[in-house]
Design a binder for this molecule. Structure first.
Ligand code: C5P
Length: 222
């Protein structure tokens, strides 16, 4: 193996991707955003006009689609069947539909098989909801990032303003709470803290503080 498996899980907007990218950079590891994979399938279903409760059709989509990544300056570009969808998968309609798609058994089976494959040789920082609990149960480093819902809504709000999106703060908070509820209550591999995961509450920590805390854990396992 070329390096460790680092699993970073937690609820929506807890800062997982921001710190995961920085940790990956520091150790020269590959970064894999598993949420982007669920978002990619959701986008394709929405674009095809497939209803979110059409489990058979969405299962067909996940089995016949090829999701690929390419590194970029600020993380990674995402493609489905060769078409770039890096921006599109962040649209609000995708965000508000993704939990339903991610609850489908075939979708989880197919994408988690792909994720295991990506992480096989180590040297990987993977973020998501079920990485430490299900996808990489033997990961050497498991982190569970949390933050108060108010703080998470606030962070998302600031990000949105920079992108020119003006969703009100209270609406964002409701969306985050709804998504966490669905992700934590689905039958298959719900959002949960793995028994051996280290919990970090980022509510009053800076990005640098969170990254250095995780880096310490990684260094201890090297
Ligand atoms: O991380 P992100 O917010 O982009 O994830 C989008 C959605 O994808 C989550 O709300 C969840 O429904 C799903 N997801 C998942 N398992 C993962 C990663 C994401 O179910 N490992």
């Amino acid at each position: 193996k070329n390096g460790l498996q680092v699993a970073i899980d937690g609820p929506a907007s807890a800062g997982k991707s921001t710190v995961a990218k920085l940790v990956a950079k520091q150790f020269n590891y590959v970064y894999c955003d598993t949420g982007a994979m669920y978002r990619a399938i959701t986008l394709k279903a929405l674009q095809a006009g497939v209803s979110l409760d059409n489990v058979d059709e969405i299962s067909k989509i996940v089995k016949s689609s090829k999701i690929t990544f390419a590194p970029s300056n600020d993380g990674q570009r995402v493609f489905i069947d060769g078409d770039e969808i890096t921006q599109e998968i962040r649209q609000e309609d995708v965000t508000n539909s993704v939990s339903a798609v991610a609850a489908i058994a075939d979708v989880r089976k197919e994408l988690s098989d792909q994720q295991k494959q990506i992480a096989l040789n180590g040297g990987i920082v993977m973020d998501g909801r079920d990485i430490g609990s299900t996808v990489l149960p033997d990961a050497e480093v498991k982190i569970f990032l949390v933050a108060s819902v108010e703080e998470r809504a606030q962070r998302r709000y600031k990000e949105n303003i920079q992108k020119g999106i003006n969703t009100p703060l209270d609406e964002l908070q409701l969306e985050i709470e709804a998504r966490d509820y669905k992700d934590s209550h689905r039958k298959i591999s719900p959002l949960t803290k793995a028994k051996d995961a280290i919990e970090i509450d980022t509510t009053s920590l800076s990005i640098e503080e969170v990254v250095s805390e995780i880096a310490k854990v990684v260094k201890n396992k090297l």
